[in-house]
Design a protein around this ligand. Structure first.
Ligand SMILES: [Zn+2]
Length: 479
């Protein structure tokens, strides 16, 4: 990946210890567009094998040449003209898989990965060679090669989409999520001048009901009206992309709702939506302790990396924001804690809505656990004589309840760490046979003692102990 422009200048101005500091930070990339982050070398390779009609070939050649030279955008709208070449090269599932693999590798592989967690986003495209469903399957197959704490996918909706396309994309995202595929959210992106934002409500509601989280590109340009911004905020998104031109009322709402802002510094500067870094709205959110997360947006046209974006924070003005040197001395630590909180509020880390049945199950389990522990405590303290197997049955039942209670808060996501999962699963599988064995012990002892009382036969305690304790032993041995 060639780093150039503002990110390269900021990186070059840092001393080795500052670069080491950036590399050592735990970073999450939460705003990266798949087709905008392809490595140029991959595109060149795909272009060399590209066979099409003369007009299409010309588009591809011109697009690659522009990207190779380094683009100069006069305004944000020029940016969208770069994509026909990329789209022509990634119009089938084979190339989409290659492209996704390369982008994931760029962010997550190597001895110095760019980040420890990546949420990649893309608009499912329909071409002559693939359907939207095939597009999503191809991308998800590659994303799922990484563990869920490293990579996830957001389905983007293009602002130009009509109701039929919106419905198709959201339906696909919801059904993939219900099948357990790694779709974590819905994004709204595309040309900021396009589309009617009022038609989104129904589809964003569908996504939320399915447990998907929402992130919206919002107020990217001065042309985006305040009415439109208000409309988008009324959908209560979880995160906002750019949020460059928010008025005071919108800013207050965003702060009160703690919507995390995805900040893409190079993208804003190169698309000229922010004239200079010192004017960037990130300052406002830092000053108000609001969660932000640093992202790259599109590494290919903006020729940046995640390290480059962080360098823009540390580099001295005019190359960067000079956060450690220029602002207050404690700004960087507080900024880092903000970034961590942003990661926590990432789509990956949010739990989906908890169904009522799960809540009822949890409440009943807690009640059962309390009753079981109370009955054992009362029996012990009151001096009432109980047989040992009764205690065994009560305590193993309490243990069974406890094994399920470990899962509270994780039943609808986020996925807990692997060690926790393994421990919890072992308990859940072990508890029912333990309770069954304890119940059998209790019934046998009860039978023996009742028989001895009814027929006045003396029964040895040692025999009872041997019979009852042998059941779990045999059970364990058999397993
Ligand atoms: Zn974006």
């Amino acid at each position: 990946m060639v780093i150039a422009g503002p990110a390269a200048a900021a990186l070059d101005s840092l001393d080795p210890s500052q670069r080491e500091f950036i590399q050592s930070l735990p970073k999450a990339e939460l705003h990266a567009h798949l087709n905008g982050c392809l490595p140029l070398s991959l595109l060149q390779d795909m272009a060399s094998q590209y066979i099409s009609d003369a007009a299409q070939t010309k588009i591809v050649e011109e697009g690659i040449a522009k990207l190779q030279k380094g683009i100069i955008l006069d305004e944000i709208h020029d940016f969208f003209g770069l994509f026909p070449a990329i789209y022509a090269l990634t119009s089938n599932t084979t190339n989409m898989r290659r492209a996704t693999r390369a982008v994931l590798g760029q962010f997550l592989d190597g001895t110095k990965p760019w980040c420890s967690y990546l949420e990649l986003r893309s608009t499912p495209r329909q071409t002559e060679e693939m359907t939207r469903k095939e597009y999503l399957h191809a991308v998800l197959d590659e994303v799922e090669q990484y563990p869920s704490h490293k990579a996830a996918f957001i389905v983007s909706l293009d602002r130009r989409m009509g109701v039929e396309e919106l419905k198709e994309c959201v339906d696909l995202a919801c059904s993939l999520k219900s099948e357990g595929r790694r779709v974590v959210g819905i994004d709204l992106c595309g040309d900021p001048r396009a589309g009617d934002m009022k038609i989104l409500e129904e589809y964003l509601d569908m996504a939320k009901t399915a447990g998907l989280l929402i992130t919206l590109h919002i107020a990217e340009t001065a042309e985006n009206s305040y009415e439109e911004t208000k409309q988008l905020l009324s959908y209560q998104p979880n995160r906002l992309g750019h949020a460059t031109f928010l008025d005071d009322e919108a800013k207050t709402l965003v702060r009160e709702s703690k919507m995390c802002i995805e900040i893409c510094l190079s993208s804003n500067i190169l698309c000229k939506t922010v004239p200079r870094l010192e004017d960037h709205h990130i300052r406002y959110y830092i000053q108000h302790d609001h969660p932000v997360v640093i992202c790259t947006d599109d590494t290919l046209p903006f020729r940046t990396s995640l390290e480059g974006e962080y360098a823009l924070l540390l580099a001295l003005p005019p190359l960067g924001l000079g956060l450690t040197e220029v602002e207050r001395p404690d700004l960087l630590p507080s900024f880092l804690s903000l970034m961590n909180s942003a990661v926590v509020s990432g789509l990956h880390a949010r739990a989906g809505p908890v169904p009522e049945s799960v809540i009822v199950f949890d409440v009943l389990t807690v009640i059962a656990f309390i009753i079981l522990i109370l009955s054992v405590t009362v029996a012990r303290l009151s001096g009432i004589q109980r047989v040992k197997t009764w205690y065994l049955l009560q305590l193993s039942s309490a243990f069974c309840c406890l094994s399920f209670l470990f899962l509270v808060g994780h039943q609808t996501g986020p996925e807990p760490p692997l060690q926790f999962c393994a421990f919890s699963a072992a308990l859940i599988y072990a508890a029912p046979p333990m309770v069954a064995a304890a119940a059998l012990c209790f019934v046998i002892e009860l039978y023996l003692r009742l028989s001895s009382a009814l027929y006045s036969k003396k029964i040895s305690d040692i025999l009872v102990d041997r019979i009852t304790w042998s059941i779990p032993m045999i059970h364990g041995w058999a397993i």
